[in-house]
Design a protein around this ligand. Structure first.
Ligand SMILES: O=C(CO)[C@H](O)[C@H](O)COP(=O)(O)O
Length: 351
């Protein structure tokens, strides 16, 4: 089948490669013409403008946008200006589902089908395939199903879930029609909210293990914190790289995120070079907003989002306020970072 790809970053380019490997014909466009040339060298048809791209397609034209969420609206408008009724425009990026709902309505008035596809797989997707969450009409979904089948991982080595019988369902092959336009990115948004929560849980647990030798280090304990009362119970110099490797094997929390954690710690056990400032591209915020809108408690997801804000010092003023109050009510001075007091002096201060 024929597909046009707009946006040839890591995800877009690798989706094209995966499609071409399976015999699909790809027409590609990016503002970076070097990225276009690279895929042309691998067998794609290049385009040098949106008009050129669409002119190289045969109806029903299928155009997949894989661009940063901030550019999707602009690119969608440009594509819609040259597409015709019956054509299909796909957004495979990490867009807000609300934009999809609005865009699908506007494009629907011109007869253009809009499909939103939450695409998970990252840089490993070329080989492993991408998990696809697809929102749009039945007609559009049926038309693009052959490309979804190729881009998705397929059943792979994963054992069939007990109770499932007969032909493999799409979800057993790594793609799913989740409902009307917007639903694909809604499901992907919640997926990413969960991603934040799992990542935070692994990170917090490993940090506790990292500090399980606090009793050994008690003498150099910072004066900023209350003394460790029972240092004899915190004498464990745990190798977090080894534990994360261990947990990959048969443990209840084994998972791909743990695999990646183990790989990172094997490569760089002290995580040198990482400041720990964790970005967020919006999905966690949208998840928490949606939960508030429908009145569903998501305390773990919200906490993991707020932890990311704190990692970037966005809690600094709050911490200054805390320090100011402590100074006001108790005359407690803020101590310079890393200041060390004798254990006895700390105890007296804390009483
Ligand atoms: O979608 C993904 C994986 O499923 C992306 O990796 C995601 O964009 C990362 O999100 P964030 O920057 O908010 O951590």
């Amino acid at each position: 089948m024929q597909l046009a790809m707009i946006g040839l970053g890591r995800m877009g380019a690798n989706i094209v490669r995966r499609l071409m490997r399976d015999g699909h014909e790809c027409v590609v466009y990016d503002v970076n013409q070097d990225a276009v040339a690279a895929l042309v060298a691998e067998g794609a048809t290049g385009a040098d403008s949106m008009g050129d791209l669409v002119a190289k397609l045969t109806p029903v034209r299928v155009v997949w946008m894989m661009v940063p969420a901030s550019l999707t609206g602009k690119v969608a408008d440009e594509a819609a200006a040259v597409l015709e009724p019956g054509d299909i425009l796909i957004d495979g990026g990490n867009s807000n589902y609300r934009d999809d709902v609005r865009r699908a309505k506007a494009l629907g008035e011109k007869g253009i089908e809009y499909v939103d596809i939450g695409t998970s797989g990252g840089v490993f997707g070329l080989e492993r395939g991408y998990c696809l969450m697809v929102g749009g009409s039945e007609r559009a979904y049926a038309h693009i199903e052959p490309i979804l089948k190729t881009i998705a991982p397929g059943p792979g080595e994963i054992e069939r879930t007990p109770g499932r019988t007969g032909d493999l369902a799409p979800e057993e092959q790594g793609y799913l029609h989740t409902g009307p336009a917007g639903s694909g990115h809604f499901v992907k948004m919640v997926h990413n909210g969960i991603e934040y929560g799992i990542m935070a849980a692994i990170a917090e647990g490993l940090n506790l293990l990292h500090n399980a030798d606090a009793g050994v280090r008690e003498a150099e304990h910072s004066a900023e914190v209350a003394p460790l009362e029972e240092p004899e119970f915190y004498q464990f110099p745990i190798d977090t790289a080894a534990v994360s490797e261990l947990w990959r094997r048969g443990s209840v929390i084994s998972s791909w995120l743990l695999d990646l954690t183990a790989a990172a710690l094997a490569e760089n056990p002290t995580l040198d070079g990482l400041a720990g400032r964790v970005s967020d591209s919006g999905e966690g915020r949208w998840t928490v907003k949606a939960a508030v809108d429908v009145g569903v408690p998501v305390p773990v997801l919200a906490a993991s989002l707020f932890e990311r804000f704190a990692s970037r010092d966005e809690d600094q003023f709050a911490n200054q306020v805390l320090s100011a109050m402590r100074l006001q009510f108790g005359g407690h001075q803020e101590l310079p970072a890393g200041d060390v007091l004798e254990a006895g002096a700390r105890k007296a201060d804390s009483e």
